[in-house]
Write a protein that binds this ligand. Sequence first.
Ligand SMILES: [Mg+2]
Length: 263
Amino acid sequence: MSTNVVNSERFVDKPSAVLFDLDNTLYAYEPAHKAGTQAVRAKALSKIGIEAAEFDLAFLKARAEIKSQLGETASSHSRLLYSQRALEHLGMRSQALLSLELEQTYWGSFLAASEPREGVYDFLDLLARAGIPRVIVTDLTAQIQLRKLVFLELDKRFEYVVTSEESGHDKPDGAGFDLAISKLNSGNRFAESRLQEGSVWMIGDNVISDIEGSKSAINATTLALQSELGGQSTNPAIDMIFDSFTDLVKFVSNKGWDLNNRG
Ligand SMILES: [Mg+2]
């Protein structure tokens, strides 16, 4: 358990705000996605009586088509569109009710299998006590991302949420990061001082979307989750690699930034 500070000059001063990715950063994505996928398959098989392999093939084809048609936008991740197109590929034409049911099944099982990573609440609550605002910058549509935040009891722990449905572009496009800064600068509570270049942290699991994206859009100080980095730990856009949010609690406390002062 540790933090690996790559660029120490980035951590001389207390951050003025901290931006967070949601999916696979604040909770582990794979177990939740697996539970959702299995539940959708089971529901489809019981409703339309086909083989699992046939449904999986139609769903994968549908997903690839929707992604290629919509590009890097929030709706390119829509389980509703994937379900609708999969049923069309199975020769059923557009099935409104079943498409909606499959979407709800996916997210219901997904949420039930989600839990915040270790130390997430402690770290967010520490930042709150320190007077450091917290913002979610996430891909996907507002409806499900807000539901995830409520379900994970994270909603009250953030000042602002930015989704790619709202900004118009998935990360690494800069639109979401710019919108986060603009919300922070225009919010009444923090209006007295505009955010300084480089003083905002971005924490995420994806080197391209979260780390390179925020570095190039807003010159963020970037913190990457060690377990999800794969072979990309030497990417020059990373300023710190950390094992767990508990390590970040220790890091911020050791710096003395957990006290709410103007220093
Ligand atoms: Mg992520």
